[in-house]
Ligand binder design. Structure first.
Ligand code: BG6
Length: 392
């Protein structure tokens, strides 16, 4: 096994994910398969009233928010709207006292996320903060909170907080299902599946050598597309964000099924494609596209399930195959993102970049957050952008 420098904080936090997930899980799972998730607004009385969910966040946390829609709609059958916090207040926000509004943030300090939560709360929604910082402004503004126990986060580019957020959203989906009398039969299986995540992430991390080989192959390119669909779609966006932010490569996440409607025109030998696809997901469409990519000379990399369900026909079309363990579709994002995080790290390292310096972008200042909150408190929509300050 190749040894890599572990001085980078970003790399360190990628590797800490099994522990972060296990610690977070221990907080919510009781030994008798019950969930310790009943404080307001996730108490029975409040949840009885809930008819819709509104989930919001910024950046990587927004990609975690996107996974929530697949989880909540499937498990709890609650219509769920997800939007970037910076867009909240730029349209007529349809939330009321039958809405559970969840704001997700590693730091609990992103001003748009704070403003969105306050706005939803001011319209009567039950507000919940999902955070890694217990005494953050977001926690204080929400009527209740769920913590990720990812430990101290030292990098801006979120990894271990992100996978922990996505896992907690799965647990929350179960809690919502429980409150509606759903999932009784599959309850233990669902809990067991979530409980396996720390080990599955550890297993996925063990394929780092393969990811390094992909990084070496990709290092001469300036552009890349990452394609996915269904619950994995947010990972296409997250992977592209990581490649931009950490490896400074222009990357675009795209819906597999939409790719033929325009972007395909850009594909050629200079545009590597990372395809995240599963046989039971969008396999046929992926296969057609893969043949098209090959015909155009585009390097193709596949992230997919290994084992008996492996789509060999599709894998044969790709130059490199990055395997994922078998896991229920809703939980695939938690393992799939590991390869993309490592890819961003190794690409940045090969390019000689300081991967911990993500371009000088920083979280919003508290002063701006306070001003934004004041705007919301006075009934005005909040229009602050996520990043309004750069480090010199
Ligand atoms: C960005 C980071 O600056 O802020 C992302 O690059 C992060 O990784 C986003 O997710 C939002 O931050 P937070 O703390 O609200 O999750």
């Amino acid at each position: 096994m190749t040894k890599f420098p572990d001085r980078s904080l970003f790399y360190k936090e990628i590797k800490e994910q099994p522990k972060a997930l296990a610690n977070t899980l221990a907080q919510y799972l009781a030994p008798n398969y019950q969930l310790k998730m009943t404080k307001p607004p996730l108490d029975d009385l409040t949840l009885k009233k809930i008819r819709t969910a509104y989930i919001t966040a910024c950046g990587t946390s927004y990609h975690a928010a996107m996974t929530a829609r697949y989880i909540i709609e499937e498990l709890a059958r609650i219509p769920t709207v997800v939007e970037p916090a910076s867009e909240c207040g730029r349209h007529h926000l349809l939330v009321d006292d039958a809405t559970l509004a969840v704001a997700i943030s590693q730091s609990g300090r992103s001003k748009d996320t704070l403003a969105a939560l306050k706005l939803a709360g001011s319209r009567g929604a039950a507000t919940l903060a999902l955070v890694n910082e217990s005494s953050s402004p977001l926690t204080m503004a929400a009527s209740g909170s769920l913590m990720t126990l990812a430990g101290k986060v030292q990098t801006l580019s979120s990894t271990k907080a992100f996978t922990s957020q996505t896992m907690v959203l799965s647990l929350m989906g179960l809690r919502l299902a429980q409150s509606r009398g759903l999932m009784r039969e599959n309850w233990r299986d669902e809990v067991d599946n979530i409980g396996r995540l720390p080990e599955l992430v550890r297993h996925t991390l063990s394929f780092e050598d393969r990811v390094t080989a992909v990084a070496e192959r990709l290092s001469g390119y300036d552009h890349a597309f990452i394609l996915a669909s269904g619950p994995l779609l947010p990972m296409a966006f997250e992977g592209a964000l990581k490649l931009k932010e950490v490896a400074k490569i222009h990357a675009e996440g795209y819906i597999t099924g939409e790719f033929g409607h325009g972007p395909l025109a850009l594909v050629g030998p200079g545009t590597p494609i990372i395809l995240i696809s599963f046989a039971d997901d969008d396999g046929c469409r992926s296969l057609d596209l893969a043949a098209e990519f090959r015909a155009r000379g585009a390097p193709l990399f596949l992230i997919s399930e290994d084992g008996p369900n492996r789509d060999r026909t599709l894998a044969d079309q790709a130059e490199f195959f990055l395997p994922l363990p078998q896991v229920t579709p809703r939980l695939r994002p938690v393992v799939a993102v590991i390869h993309l995080q490592l890819l961003a790290y190794h690409l940045g390292r090969l390019k000689g970049l300081d991967v911990d310096n993500t371009g000088g972008l920083i979280h919003s200042t508290m002063a701006a957050a306070t001003a934004n909150s004041a705007a919301v408190d006075s009934g005005l929509p909040a229009f602050y952008s996520t990043f309004d300050r750069f480090i010199d």
